[in-house]
Design a protein around this ligand. Structure first.
Ligand SMILES: NC(=O)c1ccc[n+]([C@@H]2O[C@H](COP(=O)([O-])OP(=O)(O)OC[C@H]3O[C@@H](n4cnc5c(N)ncnc54)[C@H](OP(=O)(O)O)[C@@H]3O)[C@@H](O)[C@H]2O)c1
Length: 253
């Protein structure tokens, strides 16, 4: 199978995170140039870019903050000026919300707490896609993957706002597939289940991982590589005509 990713320009947002860094590595292993974004952890992004070949202009670390619109515009402009355009966008960055305590009801969550979960994730992600699609159309080839979550389709206790912002991506992709498809631009959503990143391994109680594993037909949670390989396939030449889809990477959950 030919992925055809050699010398493609890839932008991976949230690439200092558990899933994003693996996505970036898999693209680089396929010969793509990879721009990796960070919000806070410049050091981790620079280190990753160095590993992926920044010294030979094969990688680039760029600041990108969903909650700072100017940084979104600047990040895309930086990559475009450096490499001539973005062929592949993986919109993976997430501004997490505050986890609410189990004895708090949905309606008790203050709008100041939940509204940014929607406004800082959904609209800036759509804006990022708006910035990269014109160049993809011009070149007659482009791939976009929006990283969602199984929560958007399955739901989860206490996950109303995160679920809402992720589900918005699904509706967006379905319609953009119509608008961009005739120009060779394919847009898909990848929805991981609980994925064994460092955050999931250290920040979640063992009982949560056990419960999720029991709910998973394959009997195991996804590794970041499972998610990354799916994303890279959807963003490759090997994906000729899959668009507007939501692909779950959750072991059949
Ligand atoms: N891990 C899971 O179990 C799981 C399950 C389902 C879906 N997902 C989805 O998969 C994606 C990646 O998740 P992850 O677990 O890899 O996350 P993560 O390890 O927490 O990494 C989050 C990434 O997003 C960046 N980020 C944080 N706040 C940001 C902001 N306001 N603007 C721009 N970037 C920001 C972080 O940058 P800094 O490091 O610089 O702060 C980091 O690169 C997310 O979209 C998430 O919803 C994850």
């Amino acid at each position: 199978m030919q992925l055809g990713l050699a010398d493609r320009n890839v932008l991976v947002t949230g690439a200092t995170g558990g899933i994003g860094q693996v996505v970036a590595r898999v693209f680089a292993a396929e010969g793509a140039r990879v721009a990796v974004t960070y919000r806070n952890d410049a050091e981790a992004a620079e280190k990753l870019a160095a590993e992926l070949g920044a010294a030979d202009d094969r990688a680039l670390a760029v600041r990108y903050a969903l909650d700072e619109p100017a940084s979104v515009e600047a990040a895309v402009a930086t990559v475009t000026e450096r490499w001539g355009g973005v062929d592949v966008l993986v919109a993976n960055a997430i501004r997490w919300g505050v986890r609410r305590s189990p004895d708090t009801r949905f309606e008790q969550v203050d709008p100041d707490v939940w509204q940014p979960v929607i406004s800082d994730n959904l609209a800036p992600t759509i804006r990022t896609v708006q910035l990269v699609v014109p160049g993809m159309r011009e070149r007659g080839w482009g791939r976009v993957v929006l990283v969602s979550s199984h929560i958007a389709v399955d739901g989860g206790k206490g996950q109303e706002f995160y679920g809402a912002t992720k589900a918005g991506l699904h509706g967006f992709a379905r319609s953009l597939a119509w608008d961009a498809g005739p120009d060779g631009v394919l847009v898909n959503v990848v929805a991981p289940g609980l994925t064994l990143t460092r955050r999931a391994l250290t920040g979640l109680p063992e009982a949560v991982r056990e419960r999720e594993t029991k709910l998973t037909p394959t009997g195991r949670l996804s590794a970041p590589e499972d998610v990354a390989n799916t994303i890279v396939y959807l963003c490759s030449d090997a994906n000729g005509n899959v668009t507007g889809e939501t692909v779950s990477v959750a072991g059949g959950r």
